[in-house]
Design a binder for this molecule. Structure first.
Ligand SMILES: O=C(O)CCC(=O)C(=O)O
Length: 332
């Protein structure tokens, strides 16, 4: 069983804060808010029983009870034998984030089509929606956050329809590393440059820079367990480290896009870029206009590199990076 102490909720904003809605208030106002600001919070979107189910499932996945998990950029899978005899908390502590858990867990798969998520994605994306990614963040006390980035840096759509649904499994507050967003930063539709930072507050994912906003424009998105934060794929967002001394800040993040758009992700050799369309996707609403192409089952769960022990890819600081910019075509 998981015994960690929950983060305090006392000052988490109520539904009265701009952008915070209850399930029953979803409608034109919440859709308009999302389109203008690029994010939206829905309180009580996931029941306490479902949250309890997710916590148990997270531990089972991290114990290897749902199948193999690969290590990013390594031929070796996670060695689950080393975890035998440890408590759930001790097992969970080993992981920052597992990508694609829906490929191995029926419970996580079910959450791709969670009711509130379907209500919101069909309102803001359109009637035909597919999902291509899930991520299970565990983020125990002391683990790093993620530097400023835009999700379309990683998952390109052709119509800017990418949307993340961030399900809070624990209360997420500033101290344990909640999300931060820059409201409205999705609107220009520009992907800002990135570099492989060496800032130990953040994991190995690249950091965006030279965007026309400052930290003063950022707002923390503190939410209680059971809330879902929805955010646009062009929205600049980050999370800080979990600075509490105990406990976890778990979240399940699913990504969605319009089924009308090709998904030029994981480009295949010999396929012209204009035809690239990753087909390991799950339809969650409406019809798939490309169903005739069929579906693939190629993505596998893998752990994300946290940066502890180094990222192994020439980490740098921004001034040095700018002095020695990479070839523009390879620029990250
Ligand atoms: O949950 C976090 O700490 C970061 C999540 C995030 O940045 C993302 O899902 O794109």
């Amino acid at each position: 069983m998981t015994t960690a102490v929950a983060a305090p909720v006392a000052h988490i904003p109520s539904v009265n804060k701009p952008g915070y809605f209850s399930r029953s208030d979803l409608g034109p106002d919440s859709t308009r808010f999302f389109k203008e600001q690029g994010f939206l919070v829905v309180h009580d979107a996931v029941s306490p029983a479902e949250i309890a189910e997710l916590k148990v499932e997270a531990a089972a996945i991290c114990r290897g009870q749902r199948g193999a998990i690969k290590i990013f950029n390594s031929p070796n899978p996670v060695d689950f034998d080393q975890l035998v005899g440890l408590s759930d908390d001790e097992v969970l502590e080993r992981f920052l984030c597992i990508h694609q858990p829906h490929k191995t867990s029926d419970i996580i798969f079910k959450f791709l089509a969670q009711k509130t998520i379907i209500d919101v994605v069909t309102a803001v994306i359109g009637p035909n929606v597919k999902s291509m990614q899930s991520m299970l963040f565990i983020k125990k006390a002391g683990k790093p956050g993620q530097a400023w980035h835009q999700d379309e840096d990683y998952i390109p759509t052709r119509d800017r329809s990418l949307l993340g649904a961030w399900i809070a499994i624990d209360n997420a507050i500033i101290q344990n590393g909640c999300l931060w967003v820059i409201p409205g930063s999705h609107k220009p539709g520009i992907l800002w440059p990135q570099f492989p930072h060496k800032d130990s507050r953040y994991d190995c994912a690249n950091m965006s820079y030279d965007f026309p906003y400052t930290d003063a424009d950022a707002v923390p998105v503190e939410v209680p367990a059971g809330a879902i934060v929805f955010f646009n794929g062009y929205l600049l967002h980050k999370s800080e480290p979990n600075a509490l001394s105990t406990g976890f800040r778990r979240a399940l993040v699913n990504h969605y896009m319009s089924a009308e758009s090709f998904l030029p992700w994981h480009h295949l050799k010999d396929v012209p870029v204009a035809k690239a369309d990753f087909r390991d996707v799950v339809m969650v609403a409406g019809k798939d206009p490309y169903a005739w192409k069929g579906y693939e089952d190629v993505a596998r769960p893998h752990v994300r590199p946290a940066g502890e022990g180094g990222c192994g890819d020439g980490r740098t600081d921004l001034p040095s990076f700018k002095q020695n910019p990479p070839d523009i075509r390879a620029k990250t």
